[in-house]
Design a protein around this ligand. Sequence first.
Ligand code: B1M
Length: 211
Amino acid sequence: MSILTDISENLQKGKAKVVKELVAQALDEGLGAKEILEEGLLAGMGVIGQKFKNNEVYVPEVLIAARAMNAGSEILKPKLAEGGVEAKGRVVLGTVRGDLHDIGKNLVKMMMEGKGLEVIDLGVDVTPERFVEAYKENKADIIACSALLTTTMNEMKNVVDACVASGIRDQVTIMIGGAPVTQSFCDSIGADYYTPDAATAADVAVSACQA
Ligand code: B1M
């Protein structure tokens, strides 16, 4: 069995400690961080996601797999972040109100930090007001919102509206993403950028800060 399959399978079983060790071992063996992330960790998470959808596993199993995913990606963080030294801009990032999914958001954070951006991570279940407040407090350039539920993605519209109401809309760049989010949704709510994955989000954030 390849080490990437091993990582995927242990992640599915929620064995965070083993996943951490295997990720470190894979790096030692010379595998690339992106390969380990995509073919090991994300592959395992994908299997869990499918089983969750089919009611073959339930919330507790998904939660422990998610912890293993976060533990493994923490080990990759320095590698994914390599090359990022100088802060090129400041991003306020969070998962929107009512939504507790944070794995994608954490990847976005890692990739953005890897590109030299400073990220103020507000965590999950973040209200529109909190996004605006943190933007002002930190003199940020970007508000970046993640949502994983069709029921919570509409909160992104509330974030845009809160930016308009507080008079910051013409200064702030609003980025959105997450599995149910699309470009047409982005256009419909008046956000600035939709990106499908964490690496693209980081690239677009850097360009937006340089513009
Ligand atoms: Co939830 N969950 N979940 N869940 N969960 C999904 C999202 C779901 C699709 C599963 C399913 O039914 N197939 C489904 C949503 C259905 C829908 O709305 N259409 C669902 C549901 C229904 C629920 C609950 C309602 C279940 C329940 O309680 N009955 C509940 C809601 C809780 C809440 O949030 N209020 C719930 C709970 C949970 C757990 C807590 C158990 C756990 C989260 C743990 C955690 O995050 N710490 C969990 C998980 C893990 C999942 C799945 C299995 C995996 C999500 C994930 O982390 N994927 C998911 C099924 C699936 O996606 N296959 C599912 C890996 C991650 C890297 O991908 O976050 O998409 P993702 O990030 C991607 C891109 O989307 C993008 O970058 C990343 C890749 O590079 N991206 C951005 C993300 N944010 C971005 C922001 C950007 C740009 C790109 O710019 C700012």
